[in-house]
Design a protein. Structure first.
Length: 278
C-alpha cells in the first residue's frame, strides 16, 4: 500500500514537492520562472526540510532557500484553501527576518525576501495565474515602501494566459494535473526537468523510506492535534459545569471533587468568569 501510494505522488504532494525543490536547479528554476529574474545559484536549506531531517520536531512543509545576493525565498505548495493565507505569509516573512536578526544582522542589512505560495486553487477568486503583493503607499501607489518584502500567490485555476509567460502556464498546468496527466508531454523544458526529477525520486529506495517516515510523522501530528482538541473540549465542558454548579451555590470543594480537579482550578475558572462579566 505504501509503495503504491509513493509511486502515485505528484509534485503537489508536500513530500514530493520538498524532495524536488531540494535539488538546487529545480528551486532556481521555480524562482526564475515565478519572479522573472535571473539568479546565478541558490542554496536550499536541507536543515529545515522534513525530507532530509525526519527527526525535526514539527513538520515543515515549506522550502527555504537563498541566492548569491543573500536574497531569501520561502516556497510552499498549497492544495487546499486555508483561512488567513495572507497572515501565513506575514508569519513566514517575520520568521525569516527574526532568524537573520538573531544571527547579529542590523535592520538595514536585512536582505530582500520572497514568500511564494503555489496554490492548487484560486486564492482570491479573480482567475489570475499570479497575484503579486508588495507594500505600496495608499495615497500614492507610485511610492514604494522599499522594505524588501514580496509575496506571490500562484493559482492553477488562472484564465489570463495572455498576461503571463507561457512557461508559467505550462508549469501550473503540470501542478494541477493528476497522476496520469502529469506524465504527459507538456512541450516545456522545465516541466520535463521536473518530471525527470520525480522519476528519479520514485526510483530511490532511500526516498521511499523517507516518505514513509514523513507519513508516519504527519499521522502522529494529526493524532496529537486530535487528542489536544479532545482535551480542550473536555476542559471547556468541565469549566462550564463548574460555573453552573457555583451559580447554584455548590461549595468549591464539592465542585472540585465531582469534576476530579483541584480546588485552585475551580477558583481560577470562577475568577476568570467574574472578571469577564465586569
Amino acid at each position: 500500500m505504501a509503495e503504491r501510494k509513493f509511486q502515485d505522488l505528484t509534485i503537489k504532494n508536500n513530500f514530493m514537492f520538498g524532495a524536488v525543490m531540494a535539488e538546487p536547479k529545480n528551486c532556481k528554476g521555480i524562482i526564475e520562472l515565478v519572479l522573472g529574474i535571473e539568479v546565478d545559484h541558490v542554496e536550499v536549506s536541507k536543515e529545515k526540510s522534513m525530507v532530509y531531517h525526519p527527526e525535526y520536531k514539527g513538520v515543515r512543509l515549506d522550502v527555504y532557500a537563498k541566492d548569491e545576493n543573500n536574497t531569501r525565498y520561502n516556497i510552499e505548495m498549497q492544495v487546499a484553501k486555508k483561512p488567513a493565507l495572507g497572515r501565513r505569509t506575514r508569519y513566514y516573512q517575520s520568521q525569516m527576518d527574526m532568524e537573520l536578526l538573531l544571527s547579529g544582522q542590523e535592520y538595514k542589512e536585512l536582505p530582500n525576501s520572497y514568500v511564494i505560495f503555489i496554490c492548487d486553487f484560486d486564492p482570491f477568486g479573480k482567475r489570475k495565474y499570479c497575484y503579486t503583493f508588495q507594500p505600496k503607499c495608499k495615497e500614492d501607489p507610485e511610492v514604494d515602501l522599499e522594505d524588501g518584502r514580496c509575496c506571490v500567490f500562484l493559482s492553477t485555476y488562472g484564465e489570463n494566459e495572455d498576461e503571463v509567460p507561457r512557461e508559467l502556464v505550462n508549469f501550473l498546468k503540470f501542478v494541477k494535473a493528476n497522476q496520469e496527466e502529469s506524465q504527459n508531454d507538456f512541450q516545456d523544458y522545465f516541466v520535463k526537468q521536473l518530471q525527470d526529477s520525480i522519476r528519479w525520486i520514485k526510483s530511490s529506495r532511500e526516498m521511499e523510506e523517507r516518505f514513509m517516515i514523513f507519513e508516519e510523522m504527519m499521522k502522529d501530528e494529526r493524532e496529537a492535534g486530535r487528542r489536544e482538541g479532545m482535551i480542550e473540549g473536555e476542559q471547556a465542558k468541565a469549566r462550564n459545569t463548574a460555573l453552573n454548579m457555583h451559580q447554584k451555590g455548590y461549595p468549591d470543594e464539592a465542585i472540585a471533587e465531582v469534576l476530579e480537579v483541584d480546588v485552585e482550578t475551580v477558583l481560577e475558572w470562577i475568577s476568570e468568569s467574574e472578571s469577564a462579566t465586569k
